[in-house]
Design a protein around this ligand. Sequence first.
Ligand code: FE
Length: 342
Amino acid sequence: MRRWIASLTLCFTAATGTSVSAQELNLYSARHYQTDEALYSEFTRTTGIRINRVDSDDASILARLRSEGSSSPADVVLLVDAARLWRAEVDGLFQPVRSNLLDARIPAHLRGKDAGQGAQWFGLSTRARVIVYNKKTVQAADVDTYEKLAEPRNKGKLCTRSGSHPYNLSLFGAVLEHLGPAATEAWLKGLVTNMARAPKGGDTDQIKAVASGECQIALSNTYYLARLMRSDKADDRSLMENIAVSFPNQMSWGTHVNIAGAAVAKFAPHQVAAVKFLEYLAGDAAQAYFADGNNEWPIVNIKTSNAALASFGIFKIDPAPVSIVGMNQVKIQQMLDRVGYK
Ligand code: FE
């Protein structure tokens, strides 16, 4: 908390224009991991650019950018999930970035749409949204596609967090892309029918509910699983004993993958430094921090020593652009309201 307040003070100083210097950068970050400190200090060491951080959650950062408007001191914004990045782009909170390095290193389907002046946000790491199930009570063949989650064979077995959470909005947006509106709405209705309990909690709570037997099947991002697998607490590791993981749709359109990403703020006072920071984040050294610090896959092809990630193996990824998935979230929310998915 104290560090947060200190960052606020620095940023407000920057906002008054009294201390704006080319050698600093104001970062609004929704990522908070142990390795972040090393990630940022390495940038300062190599470029001489000091980083002032505002750490908060995604929703608060977006609310803050909106209320600060053109006087916002924010240079770089780090958010998780394409749904949120897309929303911020639509709300006019970012600016397009033209960078040969970013274009070369970050696959086109993992950045915002380029309308001619460059994309407005860039994926920096990926996570898959997978199916977690009780391996004693559920057959692998009953959970090898997202579609099967809605089938009668899985009635009363499913746990999820809120349907409106960005992680689910993005997954459902991908399903809409592949199945079309009618089949997607019927699928969402099937999920509601198959629930073991009303949606609540976060992804880790769903994993725990499967481990405890409260439900048999759940959805989770991969890094929550990897975190439990790598935990130094025996209780965390034992949660995984009865659990298996399905990377769905390997025979069809592939497993849904989302991103954590970065953007340059619309009114960035240090635009040049901001682009430099994004390029740094796409570099090999920074990418290794993403993989080790939060168990995410790097966006570039580098070797990681993360055993939990390695244990997931290689899998087929849904090639649908994450920007489209973001775009679909309004339609999905309307469907969720109609089928009563809280
Ligand atoms: Fe998360």
